[in-house]
Design a protein. Structure first.
Length: 51
């Protein structure tokens, strides 16, 4: 098993609003993967993040 590493140059603190309208702190980052992932998994994760 492996753990993805955060791209330290891309880490940002931010906020998001939840379903109840409350603002929550979040951290946005890019992950550096050790192995290639399937296109279907990539597109699933990418589309879920937009929701």
């Amino acid at each position: 098993m492996y753990s993805p590493l955060p791209d330290k140059e891309a880490v940002q603190q931010d906020t998001m609003v939840n379903d109840q309208g409350k603002e929550l702190p979040v951290v946005r980052m890019n992950l550096i993967l050790e192995r290639v992932i399937e296109n279907t998994l990539y597109h699933y994760l990418k589309n879920e993040m937009k929701s």
